[in-house]
Design a binder for this molecule. Structure first.
Ligand code: ATP
Length: 255
């Protein structure tokens, strides 16, 4: 089963007189990591909420493959393969990582056919086996027996991603996944994202760490004032004069 592309077409979201998202078109193709950057108030979170279904657009549409999902609630979108992780990891803190992933497997899509990281090659694997294979394929077996609440932030985020993958998503939406990670954890996390994308998942990443976004993403959308002001590969977006002027002012994008 080929995976679906996520697209935003002419999305508009207004709050009273303020247009937080202003006619935004974007696409997140399978196998690619798509980044979203912008200064405070640019509209990133609002766009993210329109993609996940937490907010509804005033105009435009969100498409998953050929299907218009604009009116669907987040849980319905999740059943169709649009899975998100949260700024604050949402694992059950009193359960082990393995048990958290078991919950993820039990909530997975009904049309799950296996395939990610070779899962599904076994005939009717037990849920436990699916979880152990998932952790092994991600290089995270060392985390399996830890109680989630005892893990440092970096490991928790890796485990949260692993749980999201148990739902066999077409699209993984990551909101500030690197916040609170040190340099080593960020590197491990970036490598994990690449492996997930290489397995054919479309990843959308919103993060204040623009250097991370430029390093890990295949394409980047830069927003200012609700509009997309630059789009392309990281080098192109980094060199864009508007992006330069916004971020150079903050001292966070090297020329
Ligand atoms: N529920 C709301 N009601 C009114 N205005 C809102 C609401 N949510 C966001 N806004 C406004 O919409 C604009 C875009 O906000 P948004 O949070 O999407 O930006 P952002 O790029 O995610 O910013 P940040 O990086 O600070 O999180 C801002 O001016 C914000 O004040």
């Amino acid at each position: 089963m080929s995976r679906a592309e996520l697209r935003a077409v002419g999305l508009v979201r207004r709050y009273g007189g303020l247009t937080a998202v202003d006619h935004v078109d974007m696409s997140a193709p399978p196998g690619m990591i798509t980044g979203l950057i912008g200064p405070n108030g640019a509209g990133k979170s609002t766009l993210f909420k329109l993609l996940t279904g937490v907010e509804q657009p005033d105009e435009g549409a969100v498409l998953l493959g050929d299907r218009d999902i604009s009116k669907l609630r987040p849980d319905k979108r999740s059943r169709l393969g649009l899975v998100q992780t949260f700024q604050v990891p949402s694992l059950f803190t009193s359960m082990t990582v393995r048990d958290n992933l078991l919950v993820g497997v039990e909530n997975r899509r009904r049309d799950y056919g296996g395939g990610l990281f070779g899962l599904g090659v076994r005939k009717n694997p037990s849920h436990e086996q699916v979880v152990d294979d998932m952790l092994a394929s991600l290089g995270l077996s060392d985390l399996a027996d830890f109680v989630a609440g005892s893990l440092p932030t970096g490991a928790l985020r890796l485990a949260e991603c692993a749980r999201a993958l148990c739902a066999h998503p077409d699209v993984l939406l990551l909101d500030e996944p690197a916040s609170g990670l040190d340099a080593v954890e960020t590197e491990r996390f970036s490598a994990l994202l690449r492996r997930i994308a290489d397995a054919g998942v479309a990843i959308v990443l919103v993060d204040h760490d623009v250097d991370l976004v430029f390093t890990v993403c295949d394409q980047v959308y830069a927003m200012v004032g609700g509009k997309v002001v630059a789009h392309g590969d990281p080098a192109t977006v980094r060199a864009n004069p508007t992006v330069q002027s916004v971020y150079l002012a903050q001292g966070s994008v090297a020329a």
